[in-house]
Design a protein around this ligand. Structure first.
Ligand SMILES: NC(=O)c1ccc[n+]([C@@H]2O[C@H](COP(=O)([O-])OP(=O)(O)OC[C@H]3O[C@@H](n4cnc5c(N)ncnc54)[C@H](OP(=O)(O)O)[C@@H]3O)[C@@H](O)[C@H]2O)c1
Length: 309
């Protein structure tokens, strides 16, 4: 029997986020395709990932963003294309758009976004240039006439929560926690599997066509001060807060090497400028994912932090 669900191609499916999109697509019953550069990798972790994909019914298509023929073949297999390409490939998504235009069969394209709203950001360099690349891809998609959905997603939980929101650390605070700004701007933290679920649900949803979906689950929208207080409550240990004023944050961005300067510039936009919240969604251009899909049982920040106890 023919499936009623769209066929989804994920480009970048072996990446940090992409693997969750592939998994969610297969789990939600979509015929799922992953464009992979190497279908038989020597890296055991990657080989295991691809084996897992195949065991859940995913079709691997060998290809590369820089091989037009391989893109056209892969895109022809799909109704929906989700790009989860990483930072270095963002600008070259024009190649994917060209393949999608050429084949003419794609009903929805999701460019690689999954972060701040790049049309409203005031992030400083070097994040500014990265976001400008994402915005340029938005303009290219719109000019192509291919229906699109942009996913604005808050911080990946796996990226921001292991350090309890501290941009300058990879581990939870012990005696001191460093807070950028006053710690009172609301930020958003979303588990990657949940970002993937909302993305796949939007793929066949006309309400998300030519719109931005904003994933900002209410229970996961909290200030850095609130996040730290939650961790203190869970661990029963208090720690000192070290507040870095904005001018000190900006100085540190300028003095830090890559990738710390990028991480800090994004954290500045989130924690100091409050860019993940603090705006109303324009209903002509955007929709709230938790309004569209109230039945999704997303992982709350409270639950997520229990992983680190
Ligand atoms: N909101 C947040 O907190 C947050 C955090 C991180 C990232 N993001 C955003 O999420 C999106 C995905 O980022 P990510 O970190 O998940 O990416 P990533 O882990 O770097 O994954 C990149 C993917 O692209 C593939 N790829 C690289 N070069 C390719 C090529 N020439 N042809 C085909 N595939 C190629 C890689 O495949 P191989 O396995 O072959 O290398 C991999 O699957 C980005 O837009 C990023 O800005 C947001």
């Amino acid at each position: 029997m023919a499936s009623e669900k769209s066929k989804i191609l994920v480009v970048g499916g072996t990446g940090f986020l992409g693997r969750h999109v592939v998994a969610a697509s297969a789990r939600l019953g979509h015929p799922t395709f992953a464009l992979v550069r190497d279908p038989a990798p020597s890296d055991p972790a990657k080989a295991q990932l691809l084996q897992g994909f195949q065991e859940s019914g995913v079709t691997l298509l060998k290809g590369d963003l820089y091989n037009h023929g391989s893109l056209v073949t892969a895109v022809k297999a799909a109704d929906v294309v989700v790009s989860t390409l990483g930072a270095l490939q963002l600008a070259d998504q024009t190649r994917l758009i060209a393949a999608i235009k050429e084949t003419g069969n794609v009903k929805r394209f999701f460019p690689s976004e999954f972060g701040l709203d790049v049309d409203r950001t005031g992030a400083v360099e070097p994040a500014k240039s990265i976001f400008a690349r994402k915005a340029a891809i938005r303009r290219a998609v719109e000019a192509s006439g291919v229906p699109y959905t942009y996913v604005v997603a808050g911080y990946f939980a796996g990226f921001a929560l292991p350090s309890i929101g501290q941009a300058l650390s990879r581990a939870p605070p012990t005696d001191k926690a460093v807070v950028l700004g006053d710690g009172d701007a609301k930020a958003v933290f979303v588990e990657e599997g949940d970002i993937a679920t909302y993305t796949v649900l939007a793929a066949d949803d006309p309400r998300a066509a030519n719109k931005t979906i904003y994933i900002k689950p209410p229970a996961n929208t909290l200030t850095h001060n609130e996040l730290l207080a939650l961790w203190e409550k869970k661990t029963g240990k208090a720690f000192e807060r070290v507040y870095l004023p904005e001018d000190a944050v900006l100085k540190q961005i300028q003095e830090s090497p890559i990738p710390l300067n990028i991480i800090l510039a994004i954290a500045h936009a989130v924690y100091v400028r409050g860019e993940q919240t603090g705006f109303e969604i324009d209903p002509a251009k955007g929709v709230d994912a938790t309004d569209l899909y109230p039945d999704v049982k997303y992982t709350t920040v409270d639950e997520y932090l229990n992983r680190f106890l």
